[in-house]
Design a protein around this ligand. Structure first.
Ligand SMILES: [Zn+2]
Length: 136
């Protein structure tokens, strides 16, 4: 057997293994869906615009007035984005508590006459014997 064939085969196997290894490394990790993602992107754009604005102002492309007006607009928008982030954070902080506070107990059937509650829908109240409405 020609030893160069074996070497070639080994190299081939090694190369495939190497490529598979690289592929596995390159696979995108599943990103957690963040409710702040679009806001973060928006924030990044505003920061970029502010940088551009400062640059243009420095190279005298903008008048003082244009610079100030645009800067204030961008800062206002940034404040809106930050407020939205705070609002979502507050909402996320509150929601699990509200979900926990919700009763997980099964729906009770309450007697309209005496107010006794029963797990099952009954034709007649087990407490006072009066007919019970079947709750829908
Ligand atoms: Zn009753």
């Amino acid at each position: 057997m020609d030893p160069s064939l074996i070497v070639g085969a080994l190299l081939g196997v090694g190369l495939i293994g190497f490529l598979l290894f690289i592929r596995a490394q390159d696979l995108p990790k599943p990103e957690p869906v963040s409710p702040f993602k679009h806001l973060d992107e928006r924030k990044a754009v505003i920061y970029e615009n502010l940088r551009d604005l400062q640059f243009e102002y420095r190279v005298n492309k903008l008048s003082d007035e244009d610079y100030q007006t645009t800067k204030i607009e961008l800062q206002k928008e940034l404040a809106r984005v930050l407020a939205e982030v705070d609002r979502i954070k507050a909402e996320l902080g509150v929601r699990p508590v509200a979900a926990l506070a919700k009763p997980a107990a099964p729906v009770k059937h309450t007697c309209p006459s005496c107010g006794a509650a029963f797990e099952k829908a009954l034709k007649f109240c087990g407490e006072c014997g009066k007919p019970m409405e079947v709750a829908s």
